[in-house]
Design a protein around this ligand. Structure first.
Ligand code: ATP
Ligand code: MG
Length: 823
């Protein structure tokens, strides 16, 4: 091309230009944080369009989060104009998978049991489903496991469900394709045994029955015609492996595949890459595969990511692979880079800082989480006042969700606006989920997940006993019992609704006259909603749902008691596990403390209606669920497809969020370290740099792999900062802090006045003192202390713990680590 086609190379370094302009075929850019990998990837798209005359339509760029996808599209819009920028597929692996399945699910082998019009069960729905399975099928075992109180039983159920789900998830993410769907018991058993320590605590029966659990779970999904998040990947792989037609359609559509954050792809995603860009097609000519990544930033090993794919594996699969590298860092001050490198160790990739020295690293030692939150808030105010750092350029990065509470409380006290990234988003709010469940039900009454969620919300007297009767009558499916003849439960005919439903046979169902009346009222309601959805625009239908269900009247009392319950169960303060956080998600509001009043409910549901209205106007509901033009399926009802697409983007957290995030544009970001990947901020705070938190407690027999991953996680966290970096610790400072101190990085240190020089053998005293201070600070909580009994040096020491989750981790750590030391 001429000089006008070189725009995309402007402002890039020589190395970066070389990467952007690498010939077609397979390229891999391996480079450290802040070296411009993502920027290069975006320029590469422009390069393809401008220098190679590639049709934007034939490009697929895969990002790690929907947020990254949105940013990428914005930047493309800037360069290419809105029309051309809308054509490439830009989204996550999950978004791509869902788009493909939507358009070709009829091509799936029968064994997959997912039919056209399927719904997506998000993390909460999957958890609820698994908990129900555990409860109903293992009830006896749970009682036998020694759990006495109902709270204890509930915890046991939640824990079992979590273990089983994460084993299933690991399997789906590590055995690509059809094999994964056959419920291979041996594989599952092996996976479960690797987590054996946790299992034996509760119940060994579960381990032996894993294959059975898998099938129960799969059946339960199939009954609702639902796919979970992992299915979006594994079913897509299956689809492409099994269907020639789908493969051809896909290869007609996409000629150029680009993947950001490649180091964190798991086996199933890698398989998908190979299916998207088969090596023989690349060798033939005008096609390309462009991958960027950094093995030093691989932090999703716990979710099955295999960073090794960056190396030999890729070279074997793509013999023509060209490896490029970038050596300059444009993001961080040299001070920050030196610190980050000290944590990762000398083997880490060396980066040339392009920025000069910055402010010194700050290291604060405090008494505990409360003081920590307070200090963070004050420091944020200081940065704002003294350095003019806007709130949106400040991030607080935590290792676990449990840490956010103290931080949020402090930010609220100081009236600092904040949002929680990767936290409970607009789309995961109870009321939003409830109304969407009604929508799903109106669209497809066999959606048992949705049906169960709202059949008694608001309360209409359809309790567990009634549901059990209906379930028995429908052979495990309430939907089948309620809507037998009128709606086809097996086919995919969504467009038809019977005008009336024949009454149920209440005698056969064993229902009393009063209950039967309530059931009939619910059926009539469902029928009415289905009809409404087919006769009015989506946003009107949503408003109608809120109205017709009496949701706001009923929600007031219910909101207080069970809001966020499912998630609370799955986030018991451990390192992030396979829960809602798994799916990279968009930003969300962090009003954890907001009162769930009828006013807020009404406001949020109003926002939901508004989002739907705007989506309808734009004609494009969710960004990453795209029409791939595969043309494998036909004869679908277009308007209902639009509703489906709207629900899809909500499920993927990819839809705009009712303006909540926009309203908080000038807000501090509170985020887990994992969710901060790829992002950058002028100022970064890392609270809770405490042994047992970062790094989290070591697992046995993993040869130090977990610790290495924790190291990389710390490295990722520190390299998010451009200028200001503050680390906070208490009790037992993380070994990473020690390493920073030893490395001679420029440090500015403060110690809490009360804290004495810590030596490990004194730490339990510090813990006791800390707990005393908590008691003084929070007299209102002193009425019900928990007592922790620990065997220290042969004596039974008793710790009284007022805020168990605050102190348990460090206390436990002290017990684990320092027992041998006599004091
Ligand atoms: P990470 O590994 O953390 O995802 P990355 O390698 O993707 O980092 P980018 O986010 O692309 O890095 O770039 C880091 C920052 O450096 C961005 O603000 C980007 O705009 C800036 N940058 C990249 N290249 C240049 C350049 N040649 N000149 C000036 N700034 C640059
Ligand atoms: Mg990046």
């Amino acid at each position: 091309g001429g000089s006008d086609t070189k725009e995309h190379l402007q402002g890039l370094s020589g190395e970066q230009q070389a990467s952007v302009a690498a010939p077609l075929g397979t390229s891999l850019v391996v480079a450290g944080p802040g070296s411009g990998k993502t920027r290069v990837l975006i320029s590469r798209i422009l390069h393809l369009v401008q220098a190679h005359d590639v049709a934007p339509h034939s490009i697929a760029a895969i990002t790690f989060t929907n947020k990254a996808a949105r940013e990428m599209r914005e930047r493309l819009e800037h360069a290419l104009g809105p029309e051309a920028a809308a054509q490439p597929f830009i989204g996550t692996f999950h978004g791509l998978g869902l788009s493909m399945l939507r358009q070709a699910s009829s091509q799936l082998p029968a064994g997959c049991r997912v039919r056209p019009g399927f719904s997506v069960a998000d993390g909460d729905a999957a958890t609820a489903m698994m908990q129900r399975l555990v409860k109903s099928t293992a009830g006896i075992d749970i009682r036998q496991s020694g759990a006495r109180t109902s709270a204890e039983q509930k915890r046991t159920v939640a824990k079992q469900a979590r273990i089983i789900l994460s084993a299933i998830s690991r399997m789906k993410n590590s055995v690509p394709g059809y094999a994964a769907l056959k419920g291979e018991q041996a594989m599952l058993r092996e996976l479960m045994q690797r987590r054996g320590t946790e299992l034996t605590m509760q119940n060994k029966i579960m381990a032996r029955e894993m294959g059975w659990w898998y099938e129960m779970y799969r059946d339960s999904l199939a009954q609702s015609n639902a796919a979970d998040f992992d299915d979006l990947l594994s079913l897509t792989v299956t689809l492409l492996q099994e269907s020639e037609a789908a493969r051809c359609a896909l290869s007609r559509r996409f000629h150029h595949i680009l993947v950001d954050e490649f180091q964190d792809t798991n086996a199933t995603q890698y398989e998908l890459v190979k299916l998207l860009a088969p090596v023989d097609s690349l060798q033939k000519g005008r096609r390309s595969l462009f991958l960027v990544g950094d093995p030093d930033q691989a932090i999703y090993g716990w979710r099955g990511a295999i960073p090794e794919q960056l190396g030999e594996r890729l070279r074997t699969d793509y013999p023509d692979l060209k490896v490029l590298t970038l050596r300059d860092n444009y993001r961080s001050s040299s001070t920050i880079l030196a610190a980050a490198r000290a944590v990762l160790g000398p083997q880490s990739r060396r980066l040339r800082p392009m920025l000069p020295h910055g402010p010194a690293l700050r290291l604060h030692s405090v008494l505990g989480p409360t003081e920590e939150g307070e200090l963070v808030a004050r420091q944020i105010r200081r940065l704002q006042a003294r350095h003019g750092v806007p709130l949106s350029e400040v991030a607080v990065l935590v290792r676990t969700h449990a840490q956010t509470r103290a931080i949020e409380e402090a930010l609220v006290r100081h009236r600092i606006r904040y949002i929680v990234l990767g936290g409970r988003t607009f789309w995961q709010r109870k009321e939003v989920q409830d109304v969407l469940a009604y929508l799903r039900l109106a669209l497809a009454p066999w959606d048992g997940v949705a049906l169960r969620r709202i059949i008694n919300v608001p309360k209409r007297g359809l309790g567990p006993a009634t549901l059990a009767k209906l379930e028995a009558a429908g052979e495990g499916s309430i939907a089948r019992a309620l809507f037998p003849p009128a709606w086809p439960l097996e086919g995919g005919v969504e467009g038809t609704v019977a005008p009336t439903l024949p009454l149920l046979d209440r005698g056969a169902l064993g229902l009393s006259a009063a209950t039967a009346k309530k059931v009939e009222a619910f059926r009539a309601l469902a029928l009415g909603l289905a009809a409404a959805l087919r006769s009015m625009p989506l946003h009107d239908a949503l408003a109608h749902i809120v109205e017709a269900t009496g949701y706001l009247d009923g929600a007031k009392d219910a909101a207080a008691e069970d809001n966020d319950e499912a998630v609370a169960d799955s986030k018991d303060g451990r390192a992030v596990g396979a829960t809602a956080e798994d799916l990279p998600s968009a930003s969300s509001t962090g009003e954890a403390k907001e009162e769930e009043t009828a006013v807020t409910l009404r406001r949020r549901l109003g926002q939901l209606v508004e989002v739907a209205r705007l989506a309808g106007e734009a004609g494009a509901p969710g960004l990453p669920v795209a029409d791939l033009g595969l043309e494998v399926e036909s004869g679908r009802d277009e308007r209902l497809e639009g509703v489906r697409a709207f629900l899809d983007s909500c499920a993927l957290d990819a839809a705009p969020d009712g303006g909540e995030a926009a309203a908080r544009r000038d807000s501090v970001r509170v985020s887990t370290m994992h969710a901060a990947k790829g992002l950058e901020y002028a100022a970064v705070f890392v609270p809770g740099c405490v042994e047992g938190q970062i790094p989290s407690p070591p697992r046995e027999n993993d040869g130090g792999a977990a610790l290495r991953e924790e190291r990389r996680l710390m490295y990722v966290s520190l390299t998010r900062a451009k200028q200001h970096l503050t680390l906070l610790s208490f009790l037992l400072p993380s070994r990473f802090i020690k390493e920073l101190e030893d490395s001679g990085c420029v440090l500015e240190r403060t110690e809490h006045e009360d804290s004495e020089r810590r030596a490990p053998h004194r730490s339990h005293r510090a813990a006791a003192r800390y707990q005393r201070s908590r008691r003084l600070n929070r007299p209102e909580e002193s009425s019900s202390p928990s007592v922790l009994v620990a065997d220290i040096g042969g004596t039974n020491a008793r710790f009284q713990v007022w805020q168990l989750d605050d102190v348990l981790r460090p206390s436990r750590l002290i017990l684990e680590k320092f027992l041998p030391t006599k004091d």
